[in-house]
Design a protein around this ligand. Structure first.
Ligand SMILES: [Zn+2]
Length: 288
């Protein structure tokens, strides 16, 4: 069974700025871009050694600020997708701002690589019951698929408890590739990325992937600072925040390496094409 490995490309500070207060002295676009470049380089090297192609959800602002890293990722054969303009959660935006930012981000990334961008992931999976309007705007803006819906009630910020757990077409025609969860004891437990990936023992993550793979592909996601060597140390965080955001980051590359060598991974667009969920766009090379 093929799976998808996705990277949401953002710096540590911009990733967490809406989750907890971060002192101004840590907010520097220059430092953040330096961190992103180095960590993405590590990710690309690791994937190249394992001969794995992934999907990279880039911020539009990264396409504008450090375009060479987007080009380098595309040049390595990975799929370039969109992770919004500047990592603002959708439920903090008006529909008009979401539309404008989305179009800007998509165009920036397409101009950088010269290839169409088909996929979208909302910052912090912020397509929930309150922001389902975003799915129609994605379609209008020319996206073919979304991968933002976490079908769980496990988290305080995101999730749609009753949403479908496997790849499917939405009523408006957009394809949804939800984040992977496992049904256990009547609960849908998230497991396949970010903090969950770092927190759970590796054997459990592998077991859950095998269980999901009985029926459908998994969507595994990580951030560059969870794999690469650079992560800013923010002082004054509570023990809970330290644990939640830093635990196992130092072992990220080794843990990811074990996963990518144990399962098959291909970009989202390849999965959708193999499953006849999309017409094969001429700008994306088919493997068959
Ligand atoms: Zn993100």
């Amino acid at each position: 069974m093929e799976n998808c490995l996705a990277f949401d490309i953002e710096g540590f500070v911009e990733s967490n700025l809406q989750s907890f207060p971060i002192d101004r002295k840590y907010i520097s676009r220059k430092d953040e871009d330096y961190e992103i470049e180095h960590n993405v380089d590590t990710v690309l090297k690791l994937l190249d050694e394992a001969d794995v192609k992934a999907t990279f959800f880039f911020l539009g602002r990264i396409g504008a600020d450090i375009p060479h890293i987007v080009r380098k990722t595309a040049g390595c054969g990975h799929e370039i997708a969109c992770h919004s303009q500047d990592h603002t959660r959708i439920f903090d935006m008006t529909q008009e701002r979401f539309r404008d930012d989305l179009i800007k981000a998509k165009k920036t990334l397409e101009d950088v690589t010269g290839e169409k961008v088909y996929g979208f992931r909302a910052p912090e999976f912020s397509i929930t019951d309150k922001t389902l309007w975003a799915l129609d705007i994605l379609l209008e803006a020319g996206f073919c698929y979304d991968s933002s819906i976490y079908p769980t009630s496990f988290h305080d910020v995101y999730g749609i408890a009753g949403a479908k757990t496997s790849i499917h077409k939405l009523p408006n025609g957009l394809v949804e590739f939800p984040l992977s969860v496992i049904d256990l004891f009547g609960m849908r437990i998230p497991f396949a990325g970010g903090g969950y990936f770092r927190l759970y023992p590796l054997f459990l993550t592998k077991l859950f992937i095998h269980m999901v793979n009985r029926e459908s592909p998994c969507m595994i996601y990580l951030h560059p600072y969870e794999v690469g060597p650079m992560i800013p140390k923010i002082s004054g965080l509570s023990a809970y925040r330290k644990f939640r955001h830093y635990y196992n980051c130092a072992n990220g590359a080794e843990r990811l390496n074990k996963i990518i060598n144990a399962f098959e991974f291909i970009p989202v667009m390849e999965i959708l094409k193999r499953r006849n969920l999309l017409e094969c766009p001429s700008t994306i090379k088919c493997s068959r």
